[in-house]
Design a protein around this ligand. Sequence first.
Ligand SMILES: [Cu+2]
Length: 334
Amino acid sequence: MRNRSLRWLGLITLIVVSLTALTACGGGALAVAQPTVAPTVPLVKAPHQLFDASTKPAAPDKVKEITLTVEDKTLEVAPGVPYETWTFNGTVPGPTLRVRQGDQVKFTLVNNGKMQHSIDFHAAQTPWNINYKSINPGDRLSFDWTANYPGVFMYHCGTPPVIAHLANGMYGAIIVEPAEGLPPAKEYALVQSEFYTQPGNDGMFHYDGGKANSIQPDYVVFNGYANQYQEKPLTANPGERVRFWVLNAGPSVFSAFHIVGTVFDKAYADGNPKNVQSGMQTVTIPPGGGYMVELTVPDAGLYPIVTHAFAHPGKGALGLLQVGDVKADASMSH
Ligand SMILES: [Cu+2]
């Protein structure tokens, strides 16, 4: 009896050791690096909340009142990786905002963080030294701007060192719908970004400036969390027009946005209808830039959403578009 127990113990140990070795070796293309220091306390009270990639048309009002509140928050950026983020409205990325071309935006920034922060809207034309200035904790800043150009634009904190404020999560997308409107489609918004992490004594992960400045990300992700749409695919129906608003928040890695098994029927640099391209396989999105792509998928199946810079899907920049009624295979094996 005792020998049998020992044999079982040996087998279990072998399995655990093998799995640990596999994880340490990367565990294949889809594995995500695990924390190098075992946490000693429960780190994240709430489990990761899926970031909703769907986006709805802008409200009809010509004046949009928008408030973004800076909040420090511990969020998981990958399974078992709680990171001390600086956020707009408590999520990374911040909320996907949506207005129409010609709308007036009455904007307020509230700083509930522990240090200076600021706002920078790429869709706005407004003086940097006045409206993009850093404000102290507890302060507010308000200004108005008009959304003159349609597309998908970045908003972010621009307080120095900007790379740290971006790497800690202070960015989001604002979609400016063209005045003439858009044809109906199933719509999603994706924000690609990187995390550069180091474990702290508090069991949390923090910004690693050395990694960030040498562009060695631990994670490259869509909507703030590694592989979240692999677990919970985005969906569409065969023959349905699907529109992706894609923003690359960086701070430093270019995106080669691609959806395996599809061709982008139309692609628009920065999402402006005037910047039209046809039949695109992959679009290059610089940090601080965006793209809108439209596609129609004829056949039911699974279609991986990636950046084709293939160091990065293995670090979390991988999702799935599930078209029609198919069973998602999270292992992605064929
Ligand atoms: Cu900031």
